[in-house]
Ligand binder design. Structure first.
Ligand code: AHR
Length: 515
């Protein structure tokens, strides 16, 4: 009898909360999770491209008034520590397949220069090299992810790099490392075997690259008894499913820990549009491209399941983000773009997709960290600002290494013209202390969304939250107004029994904490 009354009570409450069938609803199964959201999904990417390294991370030790540690900006390190960056990919991107690591070690004044052919044709003086990057990762608290040169390098050059950074015993490369000032190896775990081998990494076919990959990894050893390396094959571009199929079929899985995938959200490669002055139509198109990630990871995962049903090989989305025209009067080869609320929505929705596919997507890298593409930080000489994307990644970092909770989501449509998308994106996790976090994104540019969340299998007595939103989807932070878009306390969530009622403003990102 008591149970029947309780059910009736819940039913009445549901009917009160759902006056129309078009309400958004989410069921969270708080006691059912079994998969971990790998913190490495929150990785970043730092290429020798434009002002990402030089002026972004690194200002050098001479002729600068900017506070630094061995040339690395202290403000940037502090911001990235707060973000809890789990891994950082370097030195590219396309640059990686032109990079010869020995040019970037030893006394800086003796290092040879090269021309950065992919990015603006500028002269690279190699003042930021292997030691600079790996020491910087230690400052940030991030694991390094080195992308090795396959396109224009050799197996010997690649394997000597591994030996240089990872070998604790006596060898020519460990001797050289010690001579250059580093006694202990860094024990780098993550290694990319080339980048975009189908394009700037050598214009190879999948079949040819699979053989090259086998050749390279045959001679790669961790050079350490204690640490296993994690080898990542250069992966497909967006929906190139043939590429994934061939790699999973032709590479022995004993030689493979991860297969990459690159997907950029771009309106049109020949007409990308402004990063900050855009219409709702352009916003909608970018959201459509971003939400395609759901289909891409599903389909690539299905192919991987065929060859690896136990899901041992990770899908590594090591380049993702929005790509627009460069800011006016900046070098077209430097890919410098502003970052608005649109990018915050893109990031929130994409991370939710990664969370919900955590069984296969176990690593990812947003492109790129500073001053390039969908950056989390912008710098201008001594000034630094945090972008809306930074704030989303900081709000979301509560999900790192938490247990993914299965959810069922029913959402209204975000309608634009004759097309529609989902309006609400969501994911949930339970951390080591039993706290439940939910991230919710209202993708709709104009319409507020009411969401009712039913938490099943856990007793919740408080709900708090943070929100990132702004008046317009075009809003962004500038050096004059660096805090225009920043997180605030979220007050529009209320708890009634197991039900949480949430009012999401248009174009907003919310993270709830349920205890
Ligand atoms: O992130 C910019 C470039 O995009 C990378 O260098 C390349 O891998 C991709 O095409």
């Amino acid at each position: 009898m008591k149970a029947t009354l309780k059910t009736l009570g819940t039913l009445i409450l549901w009917l009160t909360l759902f006056p129309a069938m078009s309400q958004n609803s989410i069921v969270v199964n708080a006691d059912l999770g079994s998969v971990k959201i790998d913190r490495h999904i929150y990785g970043h990417f730092s290429e020798h491209l434009g002002r990402c390294i030089y002026g972004g991370f690194y200002v050098g030790e001479k002729n600068t008034t900017i506070p630094h540690t061995k040339g690395v900006r202290i403000d940037v390190v502090e911001a990235l520590r707060k973000l809890k960056v789990p891994n950082l990919r370097w030195p590219g991107g396309c640059f990686a397949d032109t990079y010869h690591w020995k040019d970037g070690i030893g006394p800086k004044e003796k290092r040879p220069t090269m021309v950065n052919t992919w990015w603006g044709g500028v002269t690279e003086d190699n003042s930021f090299g292997t030691h600079d990057f790996l020491d910087m990762c230690e400052l940030i608290g991030a694991e390094p992810y080195l992308s090795g040169n396959v396109g224009s390098g050799t197996v010997q050059e690649f394997t000597e790099w591994l030996q240089y950074v990872n070998f604790n015993g006596v060898s020519p490369m460990s001797k050289l490392r010690i001579e250059n000032g580093r006694e202990k190896p860094w024990n780098v775990k993550f290694w990319g075997i080339g980048n975009e081998a189908w394009g700037c990494g050598g214009n190879m076919t999948a079949e040819y690259y699979a053989n090259i990959y086998r050749q390279y990894t045959t001679f790669m050893t961790s050079w350490s008894n204690d640490h296993k390396i994690f080898r990542i094959a250069s992966g497909a571009s967006s929906s190139d499913y043939h590429w994934t199929e061939v790699l999973m079929r032709d590479i022995p899985h004993s030689m493979l820990e991860g297969v990459a995938l690159h997907h950029y959200s771009v309106i049109d490669w020949s007409k990308k549009g402004s990063a900050k002055d855009f219409s709702e139509e352009e916003y909608f198109t970018i959201m459509k491209r971003a939400l395609l990630m759901e289909e891409l990871v599903t389909r690539h995962s299905t192919i991987m399941d065929k060859y690896d049903p136990e899901k041992k090989v990770a899908l590594v989305v090591d380049e993702w983000g929005g790509w627009y025209d460069v800011e006016p009067n900046t070098n077209p080869g430097f890919l410098y773009q502003q970052n608005t609320m649109r990018d915050a929505i893109l990031a929130g929705a994409t991370l939710n997709i990664f969370h919900n596919h955590s069984d296969r997507v176990r690593m990812a890298n947003l492109a790129q960290t500073i001053n390039v593409l969908q950056a989390v930080i912008l710098t201008n000489e001594e000034k630094m600002l945090l972008t809306p994307t930074y704030h989303v990644m900081e709000m979301y970092n509560v999900h790192q290494d938490a247990t993914l909770l299965p959810i069922q989501l029913k959402t209204n449509d975000y309608v634009f013209g004759a097309e529609k998308l989902v309006s609400v994106s969501a994911s949930a996790s339970r951390d080591a202390n039993g706290i439940i976090h939910m991230s919710l994104v209202n993708i709709d540019a104009k319409v507020n969304q009411d969401v009712v969340v039913d938490i099943r299998g856990a007793k919740v007595s408080t709900v708090t939250g943070r929100i990132l939103t702004s008046e317009k989807i075009q809003d962004h932070n500038t050096f004059e107004s660096p805090d225009k878009v920043k997180p605030a306390v979220f007050k529009a969530a209320s708890l009634n029994g197991s039900l949480v009622k949430v009012k999401l403003p248009a174009h907003s990102v919310v993270v709830l904490e349920l205890k």
